[in-house]
Ligand binder design. Structure first.
Ligand code: HEC
Ligand code: HEC
Ligand code: HEC
Ligand code: HEC
Length: 470
C-alpha cells in the first residue's frame, strides 16, 4: 500500500497526523496548566480534598465537590471575575473589611480550570439525576420559594422579592442560584447540610420529601431564564382526557361541595364561606387551562383562593385532573347570560349601585395614594394585566371584559365580582382599599389574593379600573 504514496503525499499525511493530534496536545497541556494553577494558586485559600470542616477553620469555601456543585458556564464566568460576590458580607463574617474581589483568571485558563474542576473535584455522594425536574412547574417553584421563606432560609440567604433584596445577607445569595448550582448537588446538600458545612452556622430544616423537592427545584431554577417549566395542560394526559371518566370523578369527589349538577349546593356547602363555586353558572370552556389545572391539582390556596377548595393532585393524579377538567368544560357553559356577557358588545350592565359587604382595609392602606400618573401608557399596561396577563388569572375572567362583573366565571360567585362600571359604588372606594383587596383578596369571597403581583402593577391596574366608571 505504501508504495502508492509519493514522498510529497507522505509529508501531507504526516502533516495531517500532526494536525489531528494537535488539539489533543493542546488540551493535555491545558489540563497540566490547570492542575498547576489549582494546586499552586487556588489551594492557598481553598481545600480540594479532605473531610468537611467548620468554616471557622477555613479561609474560603471548600472545593472538593466543586465539580458537581457548580454549573460550568457560571464557573467560567466567576473565575474570569464576571460575577458578583456570593457572600454579600465576607465569607469569614469579617465586617470590618469590604468583601475582597476574587482572583480572576484569563478566559483560557478559566476554561481549563473549569474543566479540571468538573473532572477531578467530584463527590460520589451526589448522584446524577437524583432529582428529576422535567415535570417541574412554575407553580411548584413558587411553593419552593414560599417554603424557603417559611422555613427561615431567608434568615441567612437573600433572594429577590418584588424587585428588592430580602433576607439576612449572612450566607450565599440565591438571586441566580439556578445559573450557579447543580440540581443534584442542591438536593444532596439540602438533605443534610452538615455533611458539607458542619459547625458553620448552617441550619437543618424540617421539610417533607415533597417540600424538599419544591425547595430544591426553586433554587435550581431561580434566575435561570433558560429553564423550561413543565406545562401539564399541554401534556399527553390532556390529549387522552376523557369526559366520561371525568364525570365519575366529579361525582365521587366534587359533588360533596359543588353539588350534583354543579349548583354549588353539595352537603358540605352550608358551612363554607366562600361558597363552593357554582360551576353551572360558569363558562368553563372559556376559562384558561392553566388556571383550571392549578386550582384543581393544587387547590384553592395555591392560587390565592380559599383553602376549603382541596388540592386533588395526590388523590386523582394528573390523568384524573385532565379528565375532570374535560368533563367540566363539556358540561358547564354558563347559560345564556354568560354567553351574552362574554360576547363582543351586548354585555348586560351589572347591578348598580351594587350591594357591597367587603371589609375595610387597615388604615395604613387606606392612606396610600397611587404613586403613578394616569398616563395612557400606565392605563394601557393596566388594561393588559386586567384583560390577559394577571397571574394566576386575568381579572376579566370574573370582572368581565367591560369591567361590569360579568366574566365567564362571574356568574358562579356569591357575592358577585365588583362592577367597576358602576360609579355610584366605586366613587366611595379609596385607592388604598383597592390596593389592599387586590394584594390580599376579599376573604370569604371569590376575590383572590394577587400576593406575588408587583406594587407598580397593582397601581397600574387601579388606574385602569378607575377610568371604567367614568
Ligand atoms: C486569596 C484567597 C483565594 C484564592 C487564592 C482563591 N479563592 Fe476562590 N474564593 C475565596 C473566597 C474568600 C471565596 C468566597 C467569595 C465570595 O463571596 O464570592 C471564594 C469563592 C470561590 C468559589 C465559589 C465557592 C462557593 O462555594 O460558593 C469558587 C468556585 C472558587 N472560589 C474557585 C477558586 C479557584 C478555582 C481558585 C484558583 C484559580 C480560587 N478560587 C482562588 C478565596 C480565594
Ligand atoms: C442560620 C443561617 C442559615 C439558615 C437559616 C439557612 N442556611 Fe443555608 N447555609 C448557611 C450556611 C452557613 C451555609 C454554608 C455556606 C456558608 O458557609 O455560608 C449554607 C449553605 C447553603 C446552601 C449551599 C449554597 C451555596 O451557594 O453554596 C444551600 C443550597 C442552602 N444553604 C440552602 C438553605 C435552605 C434551603 C435553607 C432553609 C431550609 C437554609 N439554607 C437556611 C446558613 C443558613
Ligand atoms: C370541600 C369542598 C370542595 C370540594 C370537595 C371541591 N371543591 Fe372546588 N371549590 C370549593 C370552594 C369553597 C371553592 C371556591 C374557592 C374560592 O372562591 O376561594 C372551589 C372552587 C373551585 C374551582 C374554581 C372556581 C373559581 O372561582 O376560581 C374549581 C374549578 C373547582 N373548585 C373544581 C373542583 C373539582 C374539579 C373538584 C373535585 C375534584 C372540587 N372542586 C371539589 C370547594 C370544594
Ligand atoms: C375568580 C374571580 C375573580 C378574579 C379573577 C378577580 N376578582 Fe376581583 N373580585 C371578585 C369578587 C367575587 C369580588 C367581590 C368581593 C367582595 O364582595 O368583597 C371582587 C372584588 C374586587 C374589588 C373590590 C374591592 C372592594 O373593596 O370593593 C377589586 C378592586 C377587585 N376585585 C380587583 C380585581 C383585580 C384588579 C383583579 C385582577 C388582578 C381581580 N379583581 C380579579 C372576583 C374576582
Amino acid at each position: 500500500m505504501h508504495s502508492f504514496l509519493t514522498g510529497l503525499q507522505k509529508n501531507i499525511c504526516f502533516a495531517f497526523l500532526v494536525l489531528l493530534l494537535l488539539p489533543g496536545f493542546a488540551s493535555a497541556s491545558n489540563a497540566m496548566q490547570a492542575e498547576k494553577i489549582v494546586k499552586e494558586q487556588c489551594t492557598v485559600c481553598h481545600r480540594i480534598n479532605g473531610e468537611a470542616k467548620s468554616r471557622f477553620e477555613l479561609k474560603a469555601p471548600d472545593l472538593m465537590w466543586a465539580g458537581v456543585k457548580f454549573k460550568r458556564p457560571w464557573l467560567v464566568s466567576f473565575l474570569t471575575g464576571n460575577q458578583e460576590n456570593i457572600y454579600q458580607k465576607n465569607y469569614r463574617w469579617d465586617e470590618s473589611r469590604e468583601p475582597a474581589k476574587h482572583l480572576a483568571l484569563s478566559e483560557e485558563n478559566a476554561e481549563a480550570v473549569a474543566d479540571y474542576i468538573k473532572k477531578n473535584l467530584v463527590d460520589p455522594r451526589v448522584k446524577q439525576d437524583a432529582i428529576d425536574l422535567t415535570h417541574f412547574t412554575e407553580l411548584q417553584a413558587g411553593f419552593g420559594r414560599q417554603l424557603f421563606i417559611e422555613h427561615s432560609c431567608t434568615g441567612c440567604h437573600q433572594i429577590m422579592d418584588n424587585g428588592k433584596k430580602v433576607g439576612g445577607p449572612q450566607s450565599t445569595s440565591m438571586f441566580n442560584s439556578g445559573k450557579r448550582l447543580d440540581k443534584d448537588w442542591i438536593l444532596r446538600f439540602n438533605s443534610n447540610p452538615p455533611d458539607f458545612v458542619p459547625h458553620s452556622g448552617e441550619f437543618v430544616a424540617d421539610v417533607s420529601e415533597l417540600g424538599l423537592h419544591y425547595v430544591t427545584g426553586f433554587l435550581a431554577t431561580e434566575g435561570d431564564d433558560s429553564f423550561k417549566f413543565y406545562e401539564p395542560w399541554k401534556s399527553e394526559y390532556f390529549k387522552k382526557a376523557d369526559a366520561n371518566r371525568g364525570g365519575v370523578i366529579y361525582k365521587e369527589y366534587c359533588v360533596q361541595c359543588h353539588g350534583a349538577k354543579g349548583e354549588g349546593d353539595g352537603p358540605a356547602a352550608s358551612g363554607l364561606e366562600p361558597k363552593p363555586a357554582v360551576h353551572a353558572k360558569m363558562a368553563m370552556d372559556q376559562m384558561p387551562m392553566d388556571y383550571l389545572y392549578n386550582v384543581v391539582y393544587y387547590g384553592g390556596k395555591a392560587v390565592g383562593k380559599s383553602h376549603y377548595m382541596p388540592y386533588w393532585g395526590l388523590t386523582i393524579g394528573e390523568q384524573g385532573v385532565a379528565d375532570v377538567i374535560s368533563y367540566m368544560r363539556t358540561t358547564f357553559k354558563g347559560g345564556e347570560e354568560v354567553a351574552a356577557a362574554v360576547g363582543e358588545k351586548a354585555a348586560p350592565s351589572g347591578d348598580c349601585p351594587q350591594a357591597r359587604k367587603t371589609k375595610s382595609a387597615p388604615s395604613k392602606f387606606l392612606k396610600m395614594q397611587n404613586p403613578l400618573k394616569a398616563t395612557p401608557a400606565n392605563i394601557k399596561a393596566g388594561e393588559s394585566l386586567f384583560q390577559k396577563k394577571a397571574s394566576p388569572l386575568a381579572c376579566a375572567q370574573c370582572h368581565g371584559k367591560a369591567g361590569n362583573g360579568k366574566g365567564p366565571m362571574g356568574g358562579g360567585l356569591t357575592p358577585a365580582p365588583r362592577n367597576f362600571t358602576c360609579a355610584a359604588t366605586m366613587k366611595d372606594l379609596e385607592d388604598g382599599q383597592l390596593f389592599w383587596v387586590i394584594k390580599n383578596g376579599s376573604s370569604g369571597t371569590g376575590m383572590l389574593a394577587y400576593q406575588g403581583m408587583k406594587d407598580d402593577e397593582v397601581w397600574k391596574l387601579i388606574l385602569y379600573v378607575r377610568q371604567l366608571a367614568k
